[in-house]
Design a protein around this ligand. Structure first.
Ligand code: ATP
Ligand code: MG
Length: 459
């Protein structure tokens, strides 16, 4: 058994209301309701995890999680809008419209044991004390509590000091904690890049040593973490760390090789990611498809150059090259199919923007559902390559005009008589690009007749 590092006592630090900056005005009102109801029923109720960290840093938390000594069934009795989820450890989801306040009973780190095949957790999570709950968490800055009764911040793990030092430090021995759950290595990178913190020396060393363990983690979880590295406009820093700490080699070997071959720190990839970081991550047209297209664009360019050199003037199949560029991510991360095809399409249609928009084809192009993403992707390339954005602005203007004119005439009376006729023919409310329209229209007719037949049968 190797659970001994948790036995080390950290000095408990309690910071009173006057000694920290967390104000209830910055806490979600529904999270406050849950905290108060638990506290009024006599339970301990803390705000826990990332929300305390973010509030102390003056940032807006993404979500508000709650820790309590009430057991799941006791929580359920207090809230009608509560659902218990999870098999190994039951968590309470307290639902307010579309918002969920995750409320969990304090638990302790399961016992771990080391074997030749890795580190295993031997039993399911069991209830624990607040101190044990703090110590089962990943990083010291994520192990802080805010107590609703006293309005104080409670620190069992040295998180306050690390917030001040801007350090991501593993709770417990990182050699063990990263082997127990290799995704923690990616989380260290996510927090360090997002908050502009440093990863402490021991954790750095442990990542360099155990990076290949990431291949033992659940692939969907790893894929999700890769997508999260793009949020908060710090993808350039995050992917650079992923490469420096060798995780890139395991997760995205083609990109790792590209970086090595194209100058490492000076690779052109960083320029594209830095350009991506300048755009709001929640803007219309920003998606994981766009992010994957940006990440793989330099590889695509290399493939395109080679294919053009070998084609002796013939047209090269850009769609195929784009898919080839994305193949390693598809294999190792199993990125969703929709994301894969969107990213490939964005690289393919990119050449459309070399011309200003003209009625006809351009009208169909801007009405393609992928157009906002294509425009965003193109914006990233323009910023990265410091190109003139004139044509892009014209496309944006054209897109806005087309949208406005379509909104004015719901029956689709546009200047494009060709498209309008076709749309009337097929009785489809929205025009679709030509390439997709023909097969879909036939399908619609078939479906319609089937539906009619079926409903006839039913009645
Ligand atoms: P974000 O702002 O991205 O939501 P977060 O810190 O809230 O960051 P979550 O993934 O929401 O991160 O997890 C909530 C809390 O659960 C974390 O702050 C941490 O204390 C704990 N936690 C999450 N994942 C792990 C893990 N793999 N190992 C240990 N503790 C974890
Ligand atoms: Mg969170």
């Amino acid at each position: 058994m190797i659970g001994s590092f948790f036995k080390k006592k950290n000095k408990l630090v309690v910071r009173k209301r006057s000694e920290h900056c967390i104000s209830r005005a910055n806490i979600d009102p529904d999270a406050l309701k849950v905290l108060y109801r638990l506290a009024n029923a006599g339970y301990t109720a803390y705000l826990v995890g990332g929300s305390v960290r973010d509030l102390l840093l003056g940032r807006v938390p993404k979500d508000f999680d709650i820790g309590t000594d009430a057991r799941p069934n006791q929580i359920r009795r207090l809230f009608r809008n509560c659902f218990l989820i999870g098999k190994r450890f039951r968590l309470a989801h307290i639902v307010f419209g579309r918002k969920v306040i995750e409320t969990s009973t304090f638990r302790r780190q399961p016992e771990t044991c080391d074997s030749d095949n890795g580190v295993y957790q031997t039993e399911d999570n069991t209830f624990g004390t607040p101190e044990e709950d703090a110590k089962r968490r990943d990083f010291t800055v994520n192990g802080l509590f805010y107590d609703i009764k006293t309005f104080s911040v409670i620190d069992y793990v040295g998180g306050l000091d690390d917030l001040a030092r801007k350090t991501i430090r593993s709770i417990g021995d990182p050699d063990i904690r990263f082997r127990e759950d290799p995704v923690r290595m990616m989380r260290a990178i996510k927090f360090a890049s997002r908050l502009d913190f440093l990863i402490d020396r021991a954790s750095q060393k442990a990542i360099l040593e155990h990076h290949a363990d990431i291949l033992n983690a659940s692939v969907p979880r790893v894929c999700e973490e890769v997508f999260r590295l793009f949020s908060y406009n710090s993808s350039s820093a995050a992917f650079k760390m992923l490469w420096e700490y060798k995780l890139m080699q395991d997760l995205l070997p083609d990109i790792h090789q590209y970086i090595e071959d194209s100058g490492g720190q000076k690779s052109v990839l960083w320029k594209y990611l830095a350009a991506l970081d300048t755009l709001p991550s929640d803007e219309d047209g920003m998606s994981n498809g766009v992010r994957m297209a940006v990440l793989h664009y330099p590889i695509f360019l290399e493939l395109l150059k080679k294919a053009q050199a070998a084609s002796s003037g013939k047209r090269v199949n850009r769609q195929q090259l784009a898919r080839q560029a994305l193949q390693s991510a598809a294999n190792s991360l199993r990125i969703p199919k929709a994301c894969f095809y969107t990213a490939a399409t964005l690289m393919d249609v990119q050449r459309r923007f070399t011309e200003p928009p003209r009625k006809g084809r351009a009208q169909r192009f801007v009405m393609n559902p992928v157009f906002p993403e294509a425009l965003t992707f193109q914006r990233v390339l323009t910023i990265a390559e410091q190109k003139d954005s004139d044509k892009l602005d014209q496309w944006l203007e054209f897109y806005k005009q087309e949208n406005a004119s379509r909104r004015r005439s719901p029956r689709f009376e546009s200047n494009d008589t060709d498209s309008a006729d076709k749309a009337n023919d097929s009785a489809e409310p929205e025009p679709v690009p030509q390439r997709q329209r023909r097969p879909r229209r036939r399908k619609t007719r078939t479906n319609q007749s089937q539906t009619t037949r079926q409903s006839g049968k039913g009645s």
